[in-house]
Design a protein around this ligand. Structure first.
Ligand SMILES: *Cc1c(COP(=O)(O)O)cnc(C)c1O
Length: 429
């Protein structure tokens, strides 16, 4: 496979865009090499500007559950474009999409649309703080909730639960209200509640997909629910990734634990920029213009983006058994990877939830970010490069989940397993 045009394109981009990319992970820094520049996508495949094709397991980092260039979604978008791109005034399609979401999630009476997952989470946190009248929030190491200031935190020194900024440019004053706990460790959450004067909310990816795929246990989620109820804090499920991916209603279709608020993104826009946050009516009534908590957006509820989302959600709803089908392919892929790893003498742990899959080069099970840090990232980097050369596009970091779309055929899964066997043989001990 040649990458000459992508190498040239990366150099040209580098001169005018920081790092050559508009979102850091795309630069392939943790796996090395040049990122292929993409010309187009069709079904389960991506095509780069050098003419290479790849079986795509990234799917724009989750949104494309029907694969690239789905005919129904494309038709809905083109029809919307005919009427104009944006009005900054109410449209009926926003209500239509809201009705779909309210009908799917029994935890959501009302929903507000925004343009990204970051915006959805940032707004949900403000609303939780406004509703409870408290400032502190609890988040988990390894969970990603977008790049807003108060969420760019890392563990402080020693046993401190209060976070420090993880990026220059974030004042410590803005992260001192963010307490950090360990995923799947209820004692660490109890410590946060003990350390704080008042916790507005606990925010969690109930099926974490941003430290690799690491689901929360049912007991852990039950423990969070009980603590939030005891202290009058809100429980927020950030289902920007897991929503419409792990099941139609994300983790909420798998767990019996009910959150107070939900954030959505990715699949909800089917490749267009859409995010959303929702809750029961009493909480949403606090939001401007119904209530005093301010939140706004020039392009929020954009009609073209709403058209993509609505077409996608209707297709999902109309396909019972879809998630079982996608999951059986995810399981087949992970079983294939496990067998390939065993043949090559490599330790591999895998998991799946609906259309999501994840794997770590590790000999030990992984239940938290602290566990995930022990995965063999050097072997992953070599595996990633090898698979790319075999025409398989996997997420370019061992701390990311992978995705199956309806366009990911059994033949593609089998070809991917054959490639993995070949690549792992070369990596084996
Ligand atoms: C992707 C993601 C976000 C951020 O969404 P953007 O659209 O990238 O701003 C937030 N939370 C979770 C769980 C995500 O996976």
């Amino acid at each position: 496979m040649g990458y000459e045009k992508s190498i040239e394109a990366f150099e040209a981009a580098f001169k005018v865009i920081p790092g050559g990319v508009d979102s850091p992970v795309r630069a392939f820094k943790s796996v090395g090499g040049t990122p292929p520049f993409i010309a187009r996508g069709e079904g389960g495949y991506l095509y780069d500007i050098d003419g290479n094709s790849y079986i795509d397991y990234v799917q724009s980092w989750g949104p494309l559950i029907f694969g690239h260039n789905d005919a129904d979604i494309k038709a809905a978008v083109l029809a919307a474009v005919e009427n104009g791109l944006s009005f900054g005034a109410p449209t009926t399609i926003e209500t239509e999409l809201a009705i779909e979401i309210v009908g799917m999630f029994d935890t959501i009476d009302k929903v507000r649309f925004v343009s990204s997952g970051t915006e959805a989470v940032m707004s949900a946190l403000r609303l939780a703080r406004g509703f409870t009248g408290r400032d502190d929030i609890v988040k988990f190491t390894g969970c990603y909730h977008g790049h807003s200031d108060s969420l760019l935190v890392q563990a402080g020194s020693g046993a401190a639960t209060f976070g420090n900024p993880s990026s220059p440019g974030v004042p410590a004053d803005l992260t001192k209200h963010t307490l950090l706990a360990q995923y799947n460790n209820i004692e660490s959450v109890k410590k946060c509640f003990a350390d704080s004067e008042g916790i507005a909310c606990v925010i969690i990816e109930p099926i974490a997909g941003n430290m690799g795929l690491v689901p929360a246990t049912e007991e852990f989620l039950e423990g969070l629910r009980a603590l939030c109820d005891e202290y009058g804090a809100l429980l927020i499920f950030d289902e920007v990734m897991s929503g419409f991916r792990a099941s139609l209603t994300g983790a909420q279709g798998i767990s019996t634990v009910k959150p107070d608020m939900v954030t959505l993104g990715k699949v909800i826009g089917a490749g267009m920029p859409v995010g959303a946050f929702g809750a029961r009516a009493e909480i949403m009534a606090m939001l401007s213009p119904e209530g005093p908590v301010y939140q706004a957006g020039t392009l929020s509820g954009n009609p073209v983006a709403m058209a993509a989302g609505l077409a996608s959600l209707k297709k999902l709803k109309a396909a019972p058994g879809l998630y079982d089908e996608l999951n059986s392919r995810a399981v087949k892929l992970m079983k294939g990877f496990e067998e390939a790893a065993a043949e090559a003498g490599l330790g591999l742990v895998t998991d799946t939830r609906g259309s999501m899959f994840g794997f770590f080069f590790s000999d030990k099970p992984i239940h938290s970010f602290e566990d995930a840090l022990g995965n063999d990232t050097a072997t992953f980097a070599k595996f990633h490069q090898g698979m790319l050369n075999e025409g398989v596009y996997l997420a370019c970091s061992s701390f990311e989940a992978g995705f199956i779309s309806t366009a990911t055929s059994d033949e593609m899964i089998e070809a991917t397993i054959a490639a993995a066997r070949k690549v792992m043989q070369n990596l084996g001990k």
